[in-house]
Design a binder for this molecule. Sequence first.
Ligand SMILES: Cc1cc2nc3c(=O)[nH]c(=O)nc-3n(C[C@H](O)[C@H](O)[C@H](O)COP(=O)(O)OP(=O)(O)OC[C@H]3O[C@@H](n4cnc5c(N)ncnc54)[C@H](O)[C@@H]3O)c2cc1C
Length: 250
Amino acid sequence: MPLVNLGLVQPEVVIDISRADGPRDVSVADGFVTVGALITHARLALDPVAARWQPLLGAAARRIGNGRVRSRGTLGGSLAHSDPAAELPLVMVALGGVYSVTDGLRSREVKAEEFHLGFLTTQLAEDELVVSARVPALGPGWGWSFREVSRRHGDFALAAAAALVRMAGGVIVESRVAVGGVADRPVRLADGSVKRMQEILVQRVEIGSLTIRNVEASIVPDNTDMLLGMSVLAIGRFTIDRDANRLVFD
Ligand SMILES: Cc1cc2nc3c(=O)[nH]c(=O)nc-3n(C[C@H](O)[C@H](O)[C@H](O)COP(=O)(O)OP(=O)(O)OC[C@H]3O[C@@H](n4cnc5c(N)ncnc54)[C@H](O)[C@@H]3O)c2cc1C
C-alpha cells in the first residue's frame, strides 16, 4: 500500500489477504516468541504476550505511522515491503529473527538479516508469502530500548535504533543493536561497535551525572555519525548503576 499511496505503482489486480485464514496472534514456546504475519501493527502494539515476552515488538509497532496505518498494516506486509526505515524489520534484525515463508506447497525459514536484501527488496520469491516471524524471548538480565527520530509524529523514521543489552560487572557483556534508516536495509551492529559505545557512555557518565539520558545531547552533537549516534541514544535509555552493577530503566 505505501507504493500505491505514493503513486509509485498502479497494480491491475490487488488481492486482499487481510481476512485470509492465517496466523495473526502472538505465542511463546521454548524461549521463542512467534508472531503471525497477519497481525496488525495496532494489535501487536497492545498484545499482552508480546509485552510480557519481547517488549521491543510492541515498542516498535507503536511508532509506526498513524492510527489508520497501524490498524491496516500487518507484520507480513511490513517485512515483505522491506522499507529500510520501517520499525518491524529493524526489530527483527536486532533480535536475530527468523521468518517462516511458504509458497503453499513448501515452507522454509529465512533469517531476517538475510531476508532484507536492500531498498524495498527481499529474497521472497514471487509466489511466496510470509507466514510468521520468530524471535527470542527477552531473557533475564536483559534490558531493551527503541528510539527513533522523525520530522513529524507519524512520519517514517529518519533513523531508528533497537537495542538489547545485558550487563555484568558494570559493562555490557552481550548486546543486540540494530539501526534503521541509515542504509538500504536494517543494519545489525558488531559487538566491537557496541563496546565502543559503552566506552563513550562510561566516559560521559564519569564526567557528568549517572543518568545517561542527561548527557544524550552532548553524545550526539549532530548527525555526522548517525549510525553511532542513534545507537548511543538507544542504549542511552538505560542508566548504569555501577555500584549496584545493574541497569535502571526509565
Ligand atoms: C501513510 C503511510 C505511512 C506509513 N508509515 C510507516 C511507518 O512510519 N513505519 C513503517 O514501518 N511503515 C509505515 N507504513 C507502512 C505500513 O505501516 C505497512 O507496514 C505497510 O503498508 C504494509 O501494510 P500491509 O500489511 O497492508 O501490506 P501491503 O501494503 O498491502 O503490502 C506491502 C507489500 O507486501 C506484500 N505483502 C503483504 N503481506 C504479505 C505477506 N504476508 N507475505 C508476503 N508479502 C506480503 C504485498 O504484496 C506488497 O508487495 C506507512 C504506510 C502509509 C500508507
